[in-house]
Every structure is written in structure tokens, then in C-alpha cells.
Ligand binder design. Sequence first.
Ligand SMILES: C[S@@+](CC[C@H](N)C(=O)[O-])C[C@H]1O[C@@H](n2cnc3c(N)ncnc32)[C@H](O)[C@@H]1O
Length: 239
Amino acid sequence: MTNQKALAPLSSSTSYDHKARLKAYFNGIGFERWAAIYGQGEVSSVRRSVREGHRMMLDQAGIWLDAQSFPANACALDAGCGTGLFSVELARRGFRVTAVDISTQMTKAAQTQARQAGVAERIHFITGDLEAVNGAYDVVACFDVLIHYAQPDFTQICTRLAHLCRGTLLLTYAPYNRLLATMHWIGGHFPRSQRRTEIQMIRGTTVQQILESAGMHIRHSVRVSKGFYHVTLVEALKR
Ligand SMILES: C[S@@+](CC[C@H](N)C(=O)[O-])C[C@H]1O[C@@H](n2cnc3c(N)ncnc32)[C@H](O)[C@@H]1O
């Protein structure tokens, strides 16, 4: 059986309004958009490129994880789990998984996905703010969540993730460069129904500083680009 426990209301000092807007977005139109991208149905070419890029990113994260050994019954946190794609992959690898998402729609979809995959009993679902999660996890994954946060929220969340991690932290961020800024601007001219979410870009040197200040050492960092999907995937280890 899986639990769906509601966390206390958003409580951190991270911009309350911004989180409230994200929560509303990912319970509404954002849920429809991203669930379509993460699903298997027909989508536009823009969304298909995001789907394929996201798949490439998850596959790379899986390759890095598989190259390590973890204690039996190791635990993992999927922070901002969305529809649960990586939560299921973590459970299939034998982790006891905590999957948290601020959107009720997302955790519901993730639970359905976990049930269909036959791994629901290995995943504890929480609807709430990832910053309200406590504990120590062998693996913390946070994919395509930080891309929605600008400074100083980015630093605060990233630091929190590092503190929750006692082993391997896997995260993505949107790397800053001028070409991508232009592509994002072009993306803003697609029909409203096809537009991507506003993405917050950040420099790699800033991410490195944040993680090092939080006691993490970056082992791998790779750009994943496909059509309209552009992120840097990082694997950082606790020092
Ligand atoms: C683009 S989706 C990525 C989903 C998933 N990580 C994946 O890669 O398949 C971003 C997710 O982050 C969640 N999210 C954003 N801010 C959050 C927060 N502060 N706490 C928990 N979830 C959050 C959203 O609700 C949404 O489901």
C-alpha cells in the first residue's frame, strides 16, 4: 500500500507566492502539459523533443546510478516526482523511495503509474513542498524542478537537497547561454497551447559554488539537449 500524506502548508522562506503559483500551475494546465509530455500519447513535435530529451536525461542518470553500489534497502528521495517516472525506476532498482510533489494531480498520477508498474509498495508518496521533507537519503533526485526557480530560491532549494542527501545527489538545471535565451524567446511565440513553461537559467559556476558550500562534490556534469529540451544533469557526491 502507498500513503499519500499531506505536508504542512508551504512554510519555508522561499518565495511563497512563486511556490503557490507553481502549485496552481502544476495542478491545472501545467499538469495537462507535462503529463502529456511524460506520457506515451501523440504530442506535437515541440513536446516530442522535450519527451525525448527528458528520456535521454533519465537514462543517463540511471547509468550513473548503476555504476555505484548502494547498501541493501537503500533509500531514495524523488523531489518533485511529477508523474513518477523516475520514482518507479528507483523502486525497480530496489530503493525504498519517498516521492514528493507539490501538486496533488502529479502525486495521484505517480501513484497510478507505480501501481501499474507493480512497485507501489516500495514508494511512499507525499503531496507537499520538497523543502518540508526531512530525513537522510542515499540518493536524492531532483529533475526539472530547479528549472522553475530563480535565485535566491534556487540556492535555498539546492542547499536543502544537499542536506537531505548522504550519498548521491542527481539534479538538473537550465544552463545559461545566449542562444538558449533566444530559443526560449522563440518558444514564447508558439501558440499558447504549445508553449513551454517559463524556464530559469543559471550559470554552471554558480551551481558548483552552491553545491560545494553545501558539502557536495560534482562528479559528473553533462549537457542534455534535444530540440526544445536543454538541461545540465549533475551527479554530486557528499564529501
Ligand atoms: C517539470 S516537472 C518534473 C517532474 C519529474 N521530476 C520528472 O522529471 O519526471 C516539475 C515538478 O516539480 C514539482 N515541484 C515544483 N516545485 C516543487 C516543490 N517546491 N516541492 C515539490 N514539488 C515541486 C511540480 O509540481 C512538478 O511536478
